[in-house]
Design a protein around this ligand. Structure first.
Ligand code: C2E
Ligand code: CA
Ligand code: CA
Length: 586
């Protein structure tokens, strides 16, 4: 919101003209009466249009400003709920996004808002909840396993730097199953919630208590002068669980067991510490209602410790990786426009390992660029074969790139080599990067993407809406395509916000000149909605699941009609949109 002084009604149109002249970034001006109540809004661009059509600057001197203002602008109280705003914003097509609106405090003018600033707030809000959901257990609100591992990693790194000691507790409730089975899941859930509350009340802000799943909890204590302090905390935790719980009229008594381990006393590696905490818990469980500190004789033969590096190495070297392909199509014409290459790990023991897990492991083990190397090699050769068979005319091949790789600098030469070896050209390639990969990259990384773009590659932002892009930043990034994350597409069906966010993102992306792809489209309702609201391409189970190359080959034979290259929004964008894209740059 801009703290722009408004015009009073008595003003001449000339003063509005002068105000716009003086500030080239001024988007709109509010007109208020003597009490400060808004009576109209003058949008910079509409003002200029009208001016050119009807009056010269000279004629403005004596014109009343009322002649040039919108007398029914959108006026919003500063505390209007954001969900309501997103509805209004996407109603009436794009009017409010482009005209701006007036924000009031108790009915008096406060400032001007633009659709873009509002949309940013809406997406930020949504991102905040998405991030919260991804990292918190929905039942108790505690950090989940993923966030716990993340925090533990940070705590270990910082303890290493500052030569501090940490304690880690692995906690399990005793006889939780009995409560759950005899009193029912609802009571069981209540119990878990109350335990979470009690734990939270005991743990300091710099420490972490998480729910790892079921009745399993974990704690990281930082800055411990001596392990005895951890024992004190463990005693308090045991004690607080022993106090009776009142659950929907039932008095319930329960206890817990704690396995404890200390960094660096027992181990300095995260997997080592976690395994030892579990071993200690196992020992405590045999006694119940007690804490056990890890000792070597507790070690159990473990088959589960992942030897991450060698496992991934082996998967690559022994040819356990495959590439599957998922088509993308134009929402209006249905024409196929691209294939996204998705890596698959077919482990001889475990079967297909979830890809997110593989990518995470590979990033941790520093082997992600080997995966990209494999995917590029395989997918580009395959793509060339489809081209020679006349199955891939006008299609692009999309490759996923991790943020880590954009920073390490070897990416361009690797890509160029693969493109050349396969006999393709860079203009057939699209690089998908997640928001965080793009956002946290430095100027060199951004330059690297610009170079690849100049050679013809397209760059797309993957999972848009789950990271923290600001629109301002988005404008300056070298990107062509925005892929709306699945989570937003799901919203369409649940009808919660009636897909308002999807609509807002599409409008915003178009105003910035980006092509919009919706991911994870599973239903015809979603597809039709996306088409109606101007989204350009879609991808998802509705069109096809990701399939092995043999199946995609068949799919292409059955389905692909040779097409000219359609670039979606670029061709269909209206002049109004591009005018605003320029405007944003001012
Ligand atoms: P992504 O790039 O967002 O890929 C889309 C994911 O959504 C894929 O999961 C795909 O199987 C899944 N998907 C496609 N259509 C639908 C649908 O209609 N409904 C639902 N619920 N899901 C759908 P996948 O293959 O498990 O990949 C997960 C993530 O792993 C990818 O997300 C991408 O970020 C990463 N990834 C995959 N392959 C590679 C790769 O070769 N290199 C790198 N760096 N990352 C990769
Ligand atoms: Ca992707
Ligand atoms: Ca995605």
């Amino acid at each position: 919101m801009r703290p722009t002084p408004p015009l009073r009604v008595i003003s001449s149109a000339l003063s509005a003209h002068e105000a716009f002249q003086a500030d080239p970034t001024l988007y709109a001006l509010a007109v208020v009466d003597d009490l400060g109540t808004p009576v109209g809004l003058i949008n910079r661009f509409r003002f200029r249009e009208t001016l050119w059509q009807q009056y010269g600057t000279d004629a403005l001197k004596n014109r009343h400003v009322g002649l040039l203002m919108d007398r029914t602008p959108l006026v919003l109280d500063e505390y209007a709920p954001i969900e309501q705003l997103s509805e209004i914003l996407t109603d009436d097509s794009t009017k409010y996004i482009f005209d701006g609106f007036i924000v009031t405090r108790r009915g008096k003018y406060l400032g001007i808002g633009t659709g873009f600033s509002l949309m940013r707030r809406i997406t930020e809000r949504r991102q905040a909840t998405l991030a919260h959901l991804a990292y918190h257990d929905t039942l108790t609100g505690l950090p989940n396993r993923q966030l716990f591992l993340d925090r533990l990693g940070q705590a270990i790194a910082s303890a290493k730097r500052n030569r501090r000691r940490l304690a880690i507790f692995s906690i399990d409730l005793d006889r939780f199953k009995v409560v759950n089975d005899s009193l029912g899941h609802t009571i069981g859930d209540l119990l878990l919630q109350q335990i979470a509350d009690r734990f939270r009340s005991l743990i300091r802000a710099q420490d972490t208590v998480a729910r790892l799943g079921g009745d399993e909890f974990a704690v990281v204590l930082t800055e411990l002068p001596a392990f005895e302090h951890a024992e004190l905390v463990a005693r308090k935790l045991l004690d607080i669980v022993r106090q009776p719980f009142l659950l929907d009229g039932h008095e319930v008594h329960i206890s817990c067991s704690i396995g404890a381990v200390a960094y660096p006393d027992h181990s300095d590696s995260q997997p080592g510490l976690l395994r030892m905490a579990d071993d200690a818990l196992y020992a405590a469980k045999r006694v119940r209602d007690t804490m056990r500190r890890y000792t070597e004789d507790m070690a159990r033969p473990s088959a589960t410790t992942p030897m991450v590096f060698s496992t991934i190495r082996r998967a690559i070297d022994l040819g356990e990786l495959e590439v599957h392909y998922q088509p993308q199509a134009d929402l209006r014409t249905g024409a196929l426009l691209g294939l996204e290459a998705l890596v698959r790990w077919n482990d001889p023991v475990r079967g297909y390992v979830p890809t997110n897990e593989l990518i995470q492991l590979a990033e941790d083990a520093g082997l992600i660029s080997e995966i990209t190397h494999f995917v590029c090699g395989t997918a580009m050769k395959q793509f060339r074969a489809w081209q020679l068979a006349k199955l891939a005319d006008g299609l692009r091949l999309a490759i996923n790139i991790s943020g880590v790789e954009v920073r390490d600098g070897v990416l361009p030469s690797m890509l160029r080599a693969h493109v050349r070896d396969a006999g393709l050209s860079m203009s057939m390639i699209e690089l998908e990067l997640t928001e965080s990969g793009l956002m946290f990259s430095d100027a060199d990384a951004t330059q690297l993407l610009s170079d690849l773009r100049e050679e013809g590659a397209r760059v797309s932002i993957d999972d848009f809406g789950t990271g923290y892009s600001s629109l301002g930043r988005l404008q300056r990034l070298p990107v062509d395509v925005l892929k709306i994350d699945k989570a937003f597409v799901e919203d369409i069906d649940t009808g919660v916000r009636q897909g308002a966010l999807v609509r807002a993102i599409v409008m915003m992306a178009h105003s910035l000149g980006l092509t919009v792809v919706a991911e994870g489209v599973e239903t015809e309702v979603q597809r039709a909605f996306l088409e109606r609201h101007g989204c350009d391409l879609y991808q998802g189970h509705l069109l096809s699941r990701p399939l092995p190359s043999v199946d995609i080959g068949k799919y292409l034979k059955d389905r692909h009609v040779p097409q000219r290259v359609v670039t979606g929004a670029r061709k269909t964008r209206t002049r109004a949109h591009s005018a605003h894209a320029r405007v944003l740059e001012t």
